[in-house]
Design a protein around this ligand. Structure first.
Ligand SMILES: Cc1cc2nc3c(=O)[nH]c(=O)nc-3n(C[C@H](O)[C@H](O)[C@H](O)COP(=O)(O)OP(=O)(O)OC[C@H]3O[C@@H](n4cnc5c(N)ncnc54)[C@H](O)[C@@H]3O)c2cc1C
Length: 328
């Protein structure tokens, strides 16, 4: 018998499972999909709190995760690298972004002067950049490492598609619901919705810096290099749930990315990937359920991280571990 069962083996479930083990609990993880087929395996996955609310709670999750991943990069943990990053701005800004407190070396770099009379952006539209160094994660090797770490510390990993969360209560009295998009059904939460994301993987022509153009007029655009390939992105489509890549979208992504980073022109396409981010109106739900199902002593929800599950993972796992400990 385990002390706790975590339902879900994406980035959220596995980081929660590891944190619970570190607090001395015997933990089982149940997953409907093999780890490499989760949405988490598709993530780009760069530290950046994409389209999250800048509350102090989210900042705390993001900061804790930044620090944990930075520490893992130093060890080094497979797939985790601190990478120079340029975040392009299409309008001048007066203040640092709300997440600046998490990023030690963030600096504002004007690119070209704004036309003084009108305040209009110059040709190309980019007037400045935030430059910084942030953790980036290559998800396949990282999820493998997390799984090995969990199992080698005595954790049990089971593949099983649970019909409801009460079923998890047969494995342990404490249940953590880290089921991502499926939480909409399992927790009867109408705020949960898919946010489709399509990316293209190309051979890395020697790029080492991430570039992000969130406000590109033709759609959010990013270039995230990894060891051998580069993730070119990407769409962010709330309410859309098709999982087949659209070739025209991939062509448009490649064209936007090559315009940002000319070395990418002609880079060999290795794959197109689609993932359905677990969006949630109101942000991620991390809390104890006031009315757990019969047979479950304590039910902690941790889902709905949208486009920032990697960025918030360790901070949320810390909070889940505290919520579980409170009950002990
Ligand atoms: C294209 C793309 C790019 C992204 N880039 C970034 C990025 O740069 N930075 C970032 O921070 N985030 C990024 N994300 C977002 C990130 O991938 C998600 O926020 C994160 O993966 C969510 O993790 P999760 O563990 O909640 O969900 P998932 O990875 O979907 O895992 C859910 C788990 O629950 C299990 N499950 C579901 N139902 C059941 C059931 N009935 N019984 C048992 N198990 C069940 C599944 O099998 C799975 O193991 C990106 C996402 C996409 C699609």
């Amino acid at each position: 018998m385990s002390d706790a069962v975590v339902v879900g083996a994406g980035i959220i479930g596995l980081s929660c499972a590891v944190r619970l083990q570190q607090r001395g609990l015997r933990v089982t993880v149940v997953t409907a999909h093999p780890v490499e087929q989760t949405v988490s395996a598709v993530a780009a996955a760069v530290w950046y709190p994409t389209r999250t609310d800048g509350t102090s709670r989210v900042l705390d999750w993001a900061r804790r995760t930044f620090d944990e991943l930075a520490d893992q990069a130093r060890q080094p943990v497979p797939g985790v690298v601190m990478r120079p990053t340029r975040m392009l701005l299409r309008a001048p800004v007066d203040d640092p972004p709300w997440w600046a407190a998490a990023v030690p070396d963030l600096r504002y770099c004007p690119v070209t002067p704004v036309v003084p009379a009108t305040g209009a952006a110059p040709a190309g539209g980019v007037v400045a950049e935030w430059r910084c160094t942030v953790p980036t994660v290559e998800m396949r090797p990282y999820l493998d490492w997390l799984t090995r770490r969990f199992v080698s510390a005595g954790g049990v990993l089971r593949q099983r598609d649970l019909s409801d969360l009460a079923e998890a209560g047969q494995l342990a009295p404490v249940v953590v619901n880290a089921t991502g998009l499926a939480a909409g059904r399992l927790a009867a939460d109408p705020a949960v919705h898919p946010i489709r994301g399509q990316v293209v993987l190309v051979a890395n022509p020697g790029i080492a810096t991430s570039v992000r153009d969130e406000h590109h007029p033709d759609g959010s655009t990013y270039v995230h290099p990894r060891r051998r390939d580069v993730v070119l992105g990407g769409t962010f489509e709330p309410g859309v749930d098709g999982e087949l890549p659209d070739p025209a979208t991939s062509r448009a992504i490649r064209a936007r990315c090559a315009a940002l980073v000319p070395e990418l022109a002609g880079a060999a396409v290795l794959a197109q990937r689609v993932g359905l981010r677990p969006g949630r109106h109101g942000g991620a739900r991390v809390e104890a359920d006031p009315a757990p199902p019969a047979g479950v002593t304590r039910l902690i929800h941790c889902y709905g991280h949208g486009g920032a599950g990697v960025t918030l993972s360790w901070g949320c796992a810390d909070e889940v571990a505290s919520l579980v400990s409170e009950a002990a």
